[in-house]
Design a protein around this ligand. Structure first.
Ligand code: SDX
Length: 433
């Protein structure tokens, strides 16, 4: 018989004068949860939490974030250690399987991913349907959603083997799809994957290489790109991950679920912020124009927000922003690039972090504030920034999707509402209105 729950393990909700007890569950670390699954059945009352600011949608072992301390752990490992010491392939294995791989396990995993990097040839034709100036994220949404029309043999979500093949296919093909989306905007020929290269080196060659000449992967760029992929790989139950989980809860195939995640990530409040942040920094141009933009960000009547600042969870520095801030200086120095936007970013950060508005609202730079400076130095146009975010986040999405499907607590997601519309009324014929 389990011990009787202590007071810390119980919450009582009094509705219409009657008390209803609910279990309080404690995780490994972080906020406890009140298990309210029986609330509606007990009380005929819903909870109300638009934006899910106080709601846990699931239990998970993958990523932990402490917003007050600015901590981000992947399967218990701090993000700064992974960014400095690991590789995107190794972090991908960790996210999917829960443990850091042995050398043999990493080789097998990397080889498996490498063997899935090619796309069905017919998909190259699919790109031809887009305008050349289509936003790469529009192409990513379309092409990834179409994958289920080509890989039917890995869409049975009840089969763990098919789930893992689909996961490997998605992780492996996203670089190819993203690189092709970029090439298509340029009118340059698509580059086939080169299995002799690393995951990230292969992506750089497919993106910046041309058939007419040999492409040498620059180790500085390869290392910076790989670090950026690691920093974007997963982030708990963010909007796009929650979208993937919700889509997956209906039994939709994995390719459709990831396409849904890509669509959600595109929003400027989410993954689209990296593109918006660099555009904003370029628009500001000179440090002397920063006060004007700070004033706009604080003006309630102005919809302008400081892009790359603020976060639903982090009320301290986003640990990924700290790594990216340091990497920005390192990469630009190594590449011999002087970009005034980096000075503007640093100046903006300093001014904002001393401003009462940002201090009171605990608004700090997030992952999107510095990433664009590095991506621009590597040679990407801002329109590709969110596609790169989607490429890296795919492993987090598929890890969370697999966890959701295997979770006995999970069922189709179906939130309710507080109805504030018209009470029932009878139809009025048009000639009597
Ligand atoms: C990502 O969830 C994740 O984990 C996402 C992510 C991931 O890895 O998956 O970390 C990636 O999406 C990072 C966030 C990128 N987005 C941006 O940089 C866009 C700019 N930031 C904001 O729009 C905003 O900060 C959000 C959307 C990120 C968070 O918004 P919240 O948590 O809903 O907070 P809020 O909008 O209620 O803001 C609280 C207050 C408001 O003022 P009041 O109404 O209380 O007076 O802070 C203000 C906001 O107006 N505020 C900002 C601001 N962000 C919040 N004011 C100016 N500039 C900003 N950037």
């Amino acid at each position: 018989m389990a011990d009787a729950p202590s007071l810390a393990d119980k919450a009582t909700l009094i509705i219409d004068g009657r008390g209803h007890d609910y279990t309080v569950r404690t995780g490994t670390v972080g906020p406890r949860v009140v298990d309210i699954r029986k609330l509606y059945a007990d009380t005929d009352v819903f909870t109300y939490d638009p934006g899910f600011t106080s709601t846990a949608s699931c239990q998970s072992k993958i990523t932990y974030i402490d917003g007050d301390q600015g901590i981000l752990l992947h399967r218990g490992y701090p993000i700064d250690q992974l960014a400095e010491k690991s590789s995107f392939m190794e972090v991908s294995y960790l996210l999917l399987h829960g443990e850091l791989p042995s050398s043999a396990e990493l080789d097998t995993f990397s080889n498996t991913i490498t063997r899935h990097t090619m796309l069905h040839e017919q998909l190259a034709t699919f790109y031809r349907g887009f305008r050349r100036d289509a936003h790469p994220m529009a192409v990513m949404c379309g092409v990834v959603g179409a994958l289920s029309a080509f890989y039917h043999d890995s869409t049975d979500i009840t089969d763990p083997e098919q789930r893992m093949i689909a996961s490997h296919r998605l992780i492996a093909k996203m670089p190819t799809i993203a690189a092709m989306a970029y090439k298509y905007t340029l009118g340059q020929p698509f580059m086939y994957p080169d299995n002799s290269l690393s995951y990230t080196g292969n992506f750089l060659r497919m993106t910046f290489g041309v058939p007419a000449e040999r492409y040498e992967v620059d180790p500085v760029i390869e290392s910076a790109m790989d670090k950026i992929f690691i920093l974007h790989a997963d982030h708990e139950q963010n909007a796009s991950t929650s979208t993937v989980r919700l889509a997956g809860s209906s039994g939709a195939n994995p390719f459709a679920c990831i396409a849904a995640g890509i669509a959600c990530l595109w929003g400027p409040a989410h993954g689209g912020a990296n593109e918006a942040a660099l555009n904003m920094l370029r628009e500001i141009g000179r440090p002397e124009r920063i006060p004007e933009y700070i004033a706009r960000a604080k003006d309630k009547n102005d919809p302008f927000r400081l892009m790359g600042f603020g976060h639903r969870v982090y009320k301290n520095f986003d640990p990924r922003a700290k790594v990216l801030s340091k990497a920005a200086t390192e990469v630009l120095d190594k590449l011999g690039i002087v970009d005034p936007v980096l000075d503007t970013a640093r100046e903006l950060e300093q001014i904002a972090l001393k401003d009462d508005y940002f201090v009171e609202k605990k608004l700090y730079p997030n992952v999107d504030f510095y990433s664009g400076v590095i991506l621009s130095a590597i040679g990407f146009p801002t329109s590709m920034f969110t596609a790169l975010f989607a490429l890296a986040r795919t492993v987090g999405w598929v890890a969370q999707w697999n966890e959701m499907i295997s979770d006995p607590d999970q069922k189709i997601g179906r939130p309710r509402q507080l109805y504030v519309g018209a009470a029932q009324r009878d139809y009025v014929p048009v000639n009597q209105r």
